[in-house]
Design a protein around this ligand. Structure first.
Ligand code: NAD
Length: 339
């Protein structure tokens, strides 16, 4: 366990259980040099405790990098609640988790993530103030989409010489909370949209409301386009798919798009500009962090607009140093985290 923590340079790992409610929770705090750790809470089934701990650690590290490059006074953390096969009272389980968070005295602030909802955050909020994305705080997804849109414009400028998206072909994989909101903005900018989703209903909606072209899930990644925007699950850019891409750039919302660091180099070798995922998708984190600190919407929107500038800066460094943008982003984040 300690070797795993050391490899990830993790500050702290908290485990708690509450047999009365079925709670088994892990909170990983990666780095608090820039501020208290903030990161979502997953509520998923895991094959064993070790894989849940590994997931929490890996995700907490990613949150530190994301917060650092977003210019937030926030560290990185993540919580995993192992979803029991059966739960009598979900609300009571999340209330118990709220008490666990409160016991950490503000070192970790939680938020919505895979498998959790704003209603779960409301239960947590009954026992601690260190919680965001409650019903009253609102869904971060539209803000993530807004940041990705700004990032796509910066990527188009760097790779195609103009940030005007009108007439560009953009392929969006995944039309969930973020992907659909992004597709709406792209359609409004005059983009020719190609879309896919595991849920045919989402695709149908995009075809009818946004004039998008429906593409099968298998064909989406290799669709000829200027920009590919992965907005579904992670790991889509891997040894099998990277050679099949027909785009000039990849810029989308999905977390952990690269199956490994080497894929970034392969994209680079193929002349495909890659927008580091944790930079371009940081809009949701910016929203929950600043909203939790009491900022008003105009100030938050101004901060979101910085995502484009940050990417432009990373692309310039990458070009000067002949490294992939992914490696440049990691290096910049590590510098901020290590001082
Ligand atoms: P979501 O669950 O609302 O939507 C994901 C959509 O992708 C679903 O409609 C799903 O059917 C589709 N999908 C999954 N795999 C697919 C595939 N192989 N092909 C086509 N469609 C596929 O999730 P979301 O909140 O929109 O988040 C999307 C991605 O962005 C995730 O990777 C998430 O981690 C990341 N992200 C989200 C936020 C946020 O604020 N919601 C913030 C940062 C990063």
């Amino acid at each position: 366990m300690f070797a795993m923590m050391e490899r990830a340079r993790l500050e702290a790992l908290h485990l708690a259980q509450d047999p009365a409610t079925g709670l088994q929770a892990i909170i990983a705090i990666h780095n608090t040099r820039l501020g208290p750790a903030l990161g979502g809470c997953r509520y998923l089934a895991y094959p064993d405790t070790d894989s849940a701990v590994r997931d929490a650690i890996r995700l907490a590290q990613g949150m530190s990098y994301k917060a650092a490059l977003a210019g937030l006074e926030q560290g990185g953390g993540k919580a995993v609640i192992i979803r029991p096969a059966h739960v009598d009272n979900r609300g009571a389980l999340f209330e118990a988790f709220g008490r666990m968070i409160e016991s950490l005295k503000g070192a970790y602030i939680t938020a919505m993530d895979s498998g959790t909802s704003s209603a779960d955050m409301d239960c947590i909020a009954q026992h601690t103030q260190h919680v965001t994305s409650t019903t009253s705080a609102g869904d971060p997804s539209p803000h993530t989409a807004m940041g990705v849109y700004a990032g796509i414009r910066a990527t188009a400028q760097a790779r195609l010489g103009s940030s005007d998206l009108e007439g560009l072909r953009i392929a969006v994989q995944g039309l969930g909370n973020v992907g659909f909101a992004l597709a709406e903005q792209l359609a409004a900018a005059g983009v020719e949209l190609f879309v896919s989703d595991l849920d045919p209903g989402r695709v149908q909606l995009a075809v009818e409301q946004l004039g998008a072209h429906a593409v099968s899930n298998e064909a989406l990644l290799s669709t000829p386009c200027e920009i590919l925007a992965p907005c579904g699950l992670g790991g889509v850019l891997n040894a099998q798919t990277v050679g099949t891409l027909h785009c000039a750039a990849v810029a989308g919302a999905a977390n952990n798009q690269l199956a490994s660091g080497e894929i970034a180099d392969e994209l680079e070798a193929r002349g495909i500009l890659y927008a580091p995922d944790y930079v371009i998708n940081s809009g949701g984190l910016i929203y929950v962090s600043l909203q939790h600190r009491g900022y008003e919407l105009p100030a938050i929107t101004a901060h979101l607009a910085q995502i484009g500038l940050r990417l432009t800066d990373i692309y310039a460094h990458a070009q000067a140093d002949k490294h992939s943008p992914a490696r440049v982003a990691d290096r910049l984040a590590e510098r901020l985290l290590c001082g």
